[in-house]
Design a protein around this ligand. Sequence first.
Ligand SMILES: [Zn+2]
Length: 449
Amino acid sequence: MKFLAALLLTATAAHAENTYIEHVTLIDGIHAPQRDMTVAVEGDKITTVAPSAVARGMKGKKIDGKGKYLIPGLMDVHIHLKGGFDITGKVDAEMGPPNREEGVQALASFLYAGVTTVFDAGNRAEHILPLRADERAGKILSPRIFATGNLVTYPGSHGDRMAVRISDFEKDKALLDKHIAEQQPDILKLTLEEEGWGSRPMITLMPVDLLEKITRYYNQHGIRTTVHVSSELRSLEAIYAGSDTLAHPVIQGPVSDSFVKLMAAKKTPFASTLTIGENYSRLAEHPEYLDQPLYVASMSAEEREKLKTTTRAEWQKRPWTWWMKIMTPIAQENVRKIHAAGGTVACGTDQSTGAATQRELELLAAAGISPLDVIRIATYNSAVFLGKADQLGSVDTGKLADLVLLSKDPTVDINNAKSIVFVMKNGQMIDESQLPLAGGKQKRRFSGT
Ligand SMILES: [Zn+2]
């Protein structure tokens, strides 16, 4: 047993050695790029961030960062990890047992794409919670996992399938206590949605006073909340019911000027989730995107083939696909306006691969947000969303060492955020050849100097 345990440790959580990166252009998640910097990592923490000209007494392995770019690990604050249910399948399809292997492969795809933190905004508890425990114990190669476990909804409302259903606060309080005690949600996800938009039928909506009571109750247990909303009206109701964050931007129509001002004043973080809406027409019109290296690494050949054939044919026929194609540019403009006014946009996809997170960066840049700001959105702002900006989200002394070294400048083209030299999580450099990717074994990208 001892031998097995030791083997497991070497295989997955190979011990971090002290490292320092010299002469690198630092894009720290908050500020403008700084040239010729030294960043040192000891154990799991960043211990020095200083101009190379003055940095002294660095310990450990030296990495020459000349001509390269260091950014904080990317974050995706709205995923639903694969394996819990069929994300490409029908809404009312039967859910079989959770598929742990699919989950582990999807987690690996995030690390491969430079994503070192994810928030699962609703899943089957028996799928996501053991993986979260394994990640925290260093047993699997995975980004940091924050999770709600089951989300909380009003019976019959959005997300009902994976939710604790609450119709009356006093009557159902025991269910909330059970959720808190057994699942220890890092952030609670609720839903406030009557649908009735695009090609969707109307569904039951959670009463706002119930939303307020549940939000307050979780806050009193030290837990932040996020809410699925899709319209300006429900966003406003969620914010004034006390929600800490929103799980989506407004996607049902253009936002009003007063809403933009309000979001800039409140700075309520919201997840961008442009990729989910855009991915339907993208598959219908441009299935060749699945041949890009990140998708090839992240998905099995069979899965890509199924998407290109069966799923594509289904999606081409669905009105939903073409509704979302029309609404995506409107959502992009809503996100851009709130960002430009000083609101807090965070990076989320509502998807389940690192390739999708990189797509989100592309869509944010296409919205007219500068690549430098897109990086801030996917790092510091996302840490703010999670309530973890004291530990994560920027390259700063004392923070956890989640870093990505790039060979090309991401501030001139956001696609350069894919030019990954290496990914480091918790001070440990990820060896890509050890990642259990669905697309098969990949070569280690960093040769060591
Ligand atoms: Zn979602």
